[in-house]
Design a binder for this molecule. Structure first.
Ligand SMILES: [Zn+2]
Length: 241
């Protein structure tokens, strides 16, 4: 009798498991597909700083430059795999992608030779960090102001690990008057030699979607930074967007 009861129990459990699988089969299959996709994306070899997985295939451009702005965003989980702590003067630990970090170091060193002491104040920011920055800014100064100066999470160039905010050792306020310093002039005149461009330039606010920021620079590689400087355009114009 006990044996019969046991068989009935096992049979019932099997029926129940079968029913559960039948009801949730779509979800289970979907889950494993997502998981597989994630794994293959992570294992994709990155062979240049621009070649990354994007949630927006429209971002493809012939120059192969990663464009992140109010229109083109990054995946929530996107984090470059070659981030490293920058080896230059900064007010905290700052991460950038390897190639950008090396060129920033070269630039800071050359600036120092001319008596210019730059200071890095912000580099790579994760999606979650940007979420905090944005919601804090909305809370403190309202949505309109926040949208002018702070990117929504997923739409910050800082998430690429290729953007860095640079001020001076003797000027640490992130405001428009930074442009009147000798350090800012040096930065704007020389950064293109190291692969950096000024991202949010004066007079292009309608195209970039951001107010002029004399401190926010973006690594695009020396070939492109030279061309962009020569043309005097913003990144969106250079990419024909
Ligand atoms: Zn910035």
């Amino acid at each position: 009798m006990a044996k019969k009861n046991k068989s009935i129990r096992i049979f019932s459990i099997l029926i129940l498991l079968g029913a559960i699988f039948f009801i949730f089969s779509d979800d289970i299959i979907r889950y494993f597909n997502i998981w597989n996709n994630k794994q293959s994306k992570i294992s994709e070899k990155e062979n240049s700083f621009n070649n990354i997985s994007l949630n927006n295939s429209m971002n493809n451009n012939k120059q192969n430059i990663l464009l992140v702005n109010k229109e083109y965003g990054l995946e929530k989980g996107y984090e470059p795999d070659d981030l490293e702590a920058i080896q230059v003067n900064s007010n905290k630990e700052i991460l950038l992608r390897k190639e950008a970090s090396e060129n920033l170091k070269r630039m800071f060193k050359d600036a120092e030779k001319e008596g210019i002491y730059l200071l890095a104040v912000s580099g790579y920011r994760s999606y979650e960090y940007q979420e905090d920055v944005y919601t804090t800014e909305v809370f403190n100064r309202g949505e309109e102001y926040a949208d002018k100066y702070v990117a929504k999470p997923g739409y910050s160039e800082h998430q690429t690990g290729l953007a860095v905010d640079v001020l001076a050792e003797n000027y640490t306020d992130m405001d428009i008057n930074f442009e009147n310093t000798e350090e800012c002039r040096w930065l704007h005149n020389n950064m293109y030699k190291y692969g950096f461009i000024l991202r949010y330039i004066k007079g292009k606010e309608d195209i970039t979607g951001y107010s002029y920021e004399p401190w926010h620079i973006r690594y695009v590689g020396i070939e492109h930074s030279n061309k962009i400087k020569e043309k005097g355009v913003c990144l969106e114009e250079y990419l024909g967007k």
